[in-house]
Write a protein that binds this ligand. Sequence first.
Ligand SMILES: CC(C)(COP(=O)(O)OP(=O)(O)OC[C@H]1O[C@@H](n2cnc3c(N)ncnc32)[C@H](O)[C@@H]1OP(=O)(O)O)[C@@H](O)C(=O)NCCC(=O)NCCS
Length: 175
Amino acid sequence: MTQIRTERLLLRHARPEDAEPLHAIFSDPVAMRWWSSLPHERLNQTRAWVEGMIAGNVAGAPDFVIEWNGRVIGKAGFWKLPDVGYILHPDAWGRGLAAEAVGAAIDHVFAERLTDIVTADVDPENTASIRLLERLGFVRTGFAERTWNIGGEWKDSLYYALDRVAWASRLSSGS
Ligand SMILES: CC(C)(COP(=O)(O)OP(=O)(O)OC[C@H]1O[C@@H](n2cnc3c(N)ncnc32)[C@H](O)[C@@H]1OP(=O)(O)O)[C@@H](O)C(=O)NCCC(=O)NCCS
């Protein structure tokens, strides 16, 4: 099983018991404000989500639970290649942890040659996520209106992409 250690984090495959700590995130309206579903109301919804994550890893989509000082603080990775997805507990925001985790997941898929491009679909109002993607070197590739209907409300999408060459040159320039 793949595990990735970064300076401050451990990224590892999901286990069934991750449902409880992940539910604290997936039930939080602040964390879920721009997610592709409404906040989870019941633990069973998060349990099903974690089961999907486990099955995805078995099928070859590298999605990781993020541990920080032994505590599960979120997830980063690929439910389905090449689309990257990430969410952190609001307690952990603003410390560069998402950049560290998402950067490590991207490093992994390029190093293992699982894909030549990583893409992202982000709500135009999700400033933190847009900043994170641009900081990692993603470039904007498109925009579409009314792409997601979340609880009766239409949301738009900004599309981003990062290819292997851009990622390698970013690493070699040390940015
Ligand atoms: C997006 C998210 C993962 C960022 O987590 P984070 O750990 O706070 O991010 P980082 O600390 O690594 O910051 C990355 C960049 O975003 C910036 N940033 C973080 N929060 C911000 C905010 N609220 N407004 C503007 N910029 C913000 C940081 O300053 C940093 O930029 P910098 O390196 O130029 O300083 C987190 O806000 C989150 O979990 N959001 C909810 C889930 C979500 O929206 N996921 C993405 C769906 S596409």
